[in-house]
Write a protein that binds this ligand. Structure first.
Ligand SMILES: [Zn+2]
Length: 441
């Protein structure tokens, strides 16, 4: 007898789809009204990314054929046509989707999923970075950032600050609600990543007042204003630094080494790699902000024929010491997970983050990016908690093949749940217990 994989039920994609639809019912339109048409449009946008259709047109083509499945799997009473969907979603304030991110995060916490991602005592590691996901010299909206080429041509673009909980030992990430990097209301100047981070931190603390996180960030963020914003939000930090940008800091570290005030030690890491560390405490970040004190961790690693050197500044509250050096190093390296495991996945693994599904005049582009991030959040949750999902993924051999398989079954058969689709991928369509019915339309 085939063993049915264990499924953590309240975190299964089906349970989360239902929750999400219920939460979309609370999203008001511009007039403050809550309508079924709006909830259906939001859920349809979400379904577009859950199914990973390459375009709104492709999604629109399956609209009538797969009517039963949209109703039973995604709870959508009536899928709007592509034009209607754009018109309904364009005026929605993306902030109205915040409760959905917050609710799913609470479900993950309740399901003890986050506990498996603890880092350095009882913190979670939070990787943050920005990415551009839309660029055009023609299509634009009220909030587009813009830059002028030397030819005089104006290029419009959108970026967002992504924020994901990561764990050095795991490839799954838990996305929190991103912050759009856009021209703000009434502003004529472009927004920037630093301002977006400050806004993100304020909203993060409102959403999660007591969540203990450590931010891991790239060298772009190694400056006093960012450290000030992080400290104000009670978020300790591990930030990459480069000698070119922080000559004063590196010179101070060298002086300390000459004075014999640096801890210098070698370790064989948990991955079997031999590394050399230099650790100095309580250094000034730079000449202009000597009041900002940092701990400094420099690491040398032999790679091939060469030596690879990297350096981090670490919040003194994290009590950097010899015993913590390797963990902190992995925490610093995990900043890549927002780029590699999040943005690259969204751009190249079937989600089509850079594809223009529709830009709108107000918020459409941002609302669609948020719905895509929610689809990614559910998929990452499934990867962590739903053994049926992971078994189907393993059987298909790749995420791309899994998404294709899901789309094919969704299109060819009447199904009532994602569990049924994953089971069909795993056991075959003919298994009587799965009760797949041929589509007679
Ligand atoms: Zn725009």
């Amino acid at each position: 007898m085939t063993k049915v994989p264990f499924l953590r039920k309240h975190l299964s994609p089906d349970a989360l789809y239902w929750r999400m639809y219920r939460l979309f019912q609370d999203v008001p339109n511009q007039r403050g009204e809550r309508t079924t048409a709006l909830a259906d449009a939001l859920m349809s946008g979400f379904a577009l990314f859950a199914l990973k259709d390459p375009s709104l047109l492709a999604f629109d083509q399956r609209r009538k054929q797969d009517d039963h499945n949209f109703q039973f799997v995604f709870h959508i009473g009536g899928v709007p046509c592509d034009t209607q969907m754009r018109e309904i979603l364009d005026p929605i304030d993306p902030e109205q989707l915040r409760p959905v991110f917050r609710d799913i995060f609470a479900q993950l916490a309740q399901g003890k999923v986050l506990e498996e991602m603890l880092f350095l005592d009882d913190f979670y590691l939070l990787a943050l970075d920005g990415t551009e996901y839309f660029s055009s010299s023609e299509v634009h909206c009220q909030q587009c950032l813009f830059k002028k080429r030397h030819t005089g041509e104006i290029v419009y673009h959108h970026s967002l600050l992504g924020a994901v909980l990561v764990c050095p030992q795991r490839r799954e990430v838990i996305p929190l609600m991103p912050e759009p990097i856009l021209r703000q209301d009434g502003q004529t100047k472009n927004d920037c990543e630093r301002n977006a981070l400050a806004r993100w931190l304020t909203k993060f603390r409102q959403d999660h007042p007591h969540l203990r996180v450590i931010a891991t960030l790239d060298a772009l963020y190694a400056n006093a204003p960012v450290i000030g914003d992080l400290s104000k939000a009670l978020v300790p930090w591990i930030i990459r630094v480069k000698e070119d940008d922080h000559a004063f800091l590196f010179a101070q570290a060298r002086q300390r080494a000459q004075a014999g005030q640096v801890e210098d030690f070698s370790l064989v890491g948990s991955d079997g790699v031999h590394r050399h560390f230099r650790l100095a405490r309580d250094l000034p970040l730079n000449e202009s902000h000597p009041e900002v004190r940092v701990d400094f961790l420099e690491e040398d690693e032999m790679q091939g024929d060469g030596k690879y050197r990297t350096a981090l500044i670490v919040d003194p509250v994290l009590r950097l010491c010899r015993e913590r050096a390797e963990t902190v190093m992995w925490g610093g390296r995990s900043r890549w997970k927002v780029e590699n495991e999040t943005f690259n996945t969204l751009k190249n693994q079937g989600y089509h983050l850079e594809h223009n599904y529709g830009h709108g005049h107000q918020n459409l582009s941002v609302v669609l990016a948020m719905l895509m991030m929610l689809a990614f959040l559910v998929d990452q949750t499934s990867q962590l908690c739903c053994a049926l999902f992971t078994a189907a993924w393993e059987k298909c051999g790749s995420k791309r093949a899994l998404w294709e398989g899901v789309r094919e079954i969704f299109h060819r058969f009447s199904v009532d749940s994602m569990a049924e689709i994953y089971a069909a991928l795993l056991y075959g369509h003919e298994k009587p217990a799965i009760q797949l019915l041929g589509n007679t339309s």
